[in-house]
Design a protein around this ligand. Structure first.
Ligand code: KIV
Length: 283
């Protein structure tokens, strides 16, 4: 893994070489910098920020302005990873002209290199308009959180044979329309494997088994920041919730006991800026 920036065409090249793609969500510059340093190939500014960052129950309240704001932050933190921004609810469903204008903001103001949107055959004409405008598009099939009310909740997709055929037809329509990759969320492993084998472009799975060309997880889930409220397919690679809680407790104890700040450190640091970020800017 070098330091060369990952670009959209690299996704296809990776699939052709049989190399897995590694994607995580990010919502701010500090976390983007850390995940990028950890070698992920792409940072997805997911509209999952509605639930993860904003504390909402669904992704529906996330607006385009909010997505632009967070995408800008992630773009500042990313050095190597490709930055992909989610198009939020109603930013691409109304018509293709609006979709182009809104996706354009995520690239122009947010600094993203690509956008992601949910849906299959019904959104294929919009995907074509976006790609013809030079805006790379990642598709998203299976569990589509922006359709939470139509689906009756965030449910795993149970697919009969006709459902798998429909999933494949949607994926092929996205590929035909110019999408460079497709997320498969919460679909049975066998169906994800069939779609993956049938497409030239890579599939990126989340809760879709091991046969996809890459995997994506919500970073707060895999870092163990969300406690036990995570989907069963998530593997935790850290337990940061405990680390953060313990740090807050230790800080509180020391402030209450008069052990922080210490008189000596305060005397040495007098005149220093209040945050590490400000200190860096002043150098
Ligand atoms: O919004 C998001 O984070 C996503 C991923 C779960 C794929 O769409």
């Amino acid at each position: 893994m070098g330091t060369t920036r990952v670009r959209v065409p690299d996704f296809l090249a990776r699939k052709q070489r049989g190399e897995k793609l590694v994607v995580l969500t990010a919502y701010d510059a500090t976390m983007a910098r850390l995940l990028d340093a950890g070698g992920v190939d792409a940072l997805l500014v997911g509209d999952s920020l509605g639930t993860v960052i904003m504390g909402e129950e669904t992704t529906l309240p996330v607006t385009l302005d909010v997505m632009v704001h967070h995408t800008r932050a992630v773009s500042r933190g990313a050095v190597r990873a490709l930055v992909i921004a989610d198009m939020p609810f109603l930013s691409y469903q109304v018509n293709a002209d609006e979709a182009v204008r809104n996706a354009g903001r995520l690239l122009q103001e947010g600094g993203a290199a690509a956008v992601k949107l949910e849906g299959g055959r019904p959104v294929a004409p919009t995907v074509r308009r976006l790609t013809e405008a030079g805006i790379p598009v990642m598709g998203h099939l299976g569990l589509m959180p922006q359709s939470v009310h139509a689906l009756g909740g965030h449910r795993r997709q149970r697919l009969d044979d006709a459902g798998v055929d429909a999933l494949l037809a949607d994926a092929l329509a996205l590929q035909e329309a110019g999408a460079f990759a497709v997320v498969l969320e919460a679909v049975p492993s066998g169906a994800a494997g069939r779609v993956t084998a049938s497409l030239d472009i890579p599939t990126i799975g989340i809760g879709a088994g091991p046969d996809c060309d890459g995997q994506v997880l919500v970073s707060y889930d895999m870092l163990g920041l969300l406690g036990d409220a995570v989907p069963s397919f998530v593997r935790r690679y850290a337990g940061l919730a405990d680390v953060v809680r313990d740090a807050a407790r230790s800080y509180g104890d020391e402030v209450r006991q008069g052990r922080f700040p210490s008189a000596a450190a305060t005397a040495t640091a007098s005149g220093a800026p209040a945050t590490a970020g400000a200190a860096k800017d002043d150098q």
